[in-house]
Write a protein that binds this ligand. Structure first.
Ligand SMILES: Cc1ncc(C[n+]2csc(CCOP(=O)(O)OP(=O)(O)O)c2C)c(N)n1
Length: 323
């Protein structure tokens, strides 16, 4: 129980359902070329020829995006900046669910034809790139280069006191010189004439092929480092929406909040593949089942993974999303 959050059981359920729907559409984009609603058993023919994209960061993005959506439902305009642009399938899944994609391109209707297009066009010649790009509604710069998110967030609030900019930063991204130097901006940008920046560090412990430095620090070291820059650290561990909403509310009362969101890299995905730990490890960073098109065992894991979200409970053709 988190006192003063004011979140109802129905809203908690909505966030959870939305995360499941976004996760399903994320995984579908990474792998599928047909059988989008899993109406029949998955076969090699349903898998993309070339598997190219990033899974490890995506569930965390879906958790934060869904919670921000709920928290700011009735509040002034929120801007969201995604540091790890390689988590693009998660971002695009959310833009699709909300109908934002349809607003700029009517082909992305929230029906089977729209789902088919969203999924097929990801990381496909002539379709979407594998990273967020100016094709994405609201995106003005290429999303492949880590480091600029925090500085961009401080720039976005300059002279806009009505704005709140939430910015998700990868813990690998947090090692870039650009991000670390941008941490100093809280000493320069504040006061009544500017808006508020809400940094959220996605502490999943790993980058491409190894652990992150923040991930290997103790919680005390993490918090002291953040404090030293002039921010007030708040911790989120796990994805209980009640807890997340509580922390978002706490953050509103601080001048320079900084949320550390601790998650497992590749959460909700495969735990072990070919005898190697994937979930909670850097092996979930890109495609965790690289042989899904030729190895029956990996295809089976993919099918179980997709079915674990029970997308049939969240979307019905003719009715749309029930979340
Ligand atoms: C400036 C820059 N250096 C290197 C890369 C290559 N790169 C892509 S993803 C990644 C790891 C990112 O790790 P993290 O920020 O922790 O994101 P997550 O673990 O959530 O995927 C790196 C180093 C890049 N995109 N940009």
């Amino acid at each position: 129980m988190f006192i003063g959050v004011g979140i109802t059981g129905k809203e908690i359920e909505r966030v959870k359902r939305r995360v499941r729907a976004a996760d399903y559409l994320t995984v579908a984009q990474l792998f599928l070329v047909s059988n989008f609603l899993l109406e029949k058993e998955l076969s090699f023919a349903d898998i993309k020829e070339r598997l190219l994209g990033h899974w490890g960061t995506c569930h965390g993005i879906n958790v934060i995006y869904s919670n921000l959506k709920l928290f700011y439902e009735n509040r002034p305009e929120l801007q969201f900046i995604l540091g790890p642009g390689h988590g693009f399938p998660a971002l695009n899944a959310n833009l699709f669910i909300d109908g934002d994609l349809e607003k700029i391109d009517p082909r992305f209707k929230r029906n089977l034809a729209g789902i088919e297009l969203l999924v097929k066009e990801f990381s496909f010649p002539g379709g979407f790139p594998s990273h967020s790009s100016p094709f994405t509604p609201g995106v003005v710069s290429e999303g492949g280069e880590l480091g600029y998110a925090l500085g961009t967030a401080f720039g976005a609030v300059l002279g806009h006191p009505e704005k709140t900019v939430a910015v998700l930063i990868g813990d690998g991204e947090f090692e870039t010189a650009t991000t670390l130097s941008s941490m100093n901006l809280c000493k320069l940008v504040s006061g009544e004439k500017n808006g508020r920046v809400l940094p959220i560090l996605h502490l999943n412990g790993y980058k491409i092929s190894g652990p992150t430095i923040m991930g290997r620090k103790s919680e005390r070291e993490q918090k002291e480092l953040i404090r030293g820059f002039g921010f007030s650290p708040l911790m989120i561990e796990g994805e209980n929406p009640e807890k997340i909403q509580f922390v978002l509310k706490q953050a509103e009362e601080l001048e320079h909040p900084f949320i550390i969101f601790k998650s497992e890299k590749g959460e909700t995905g495969p735990t072990e593949v070919d005898g190697q730990k994937v979930r909670g490890n850097c092996l979930s960073h890109q495609i965790p089942l690289p042989k899904a098109k030729s190895d029956p065992e990996q295809l089976k894991i993919l099918e179980e993974w997709l079915r674990s979200y029970h997308f049939e409970e969240l979307y019905r053709e003719g009715k749309g999303f029930e979340i």
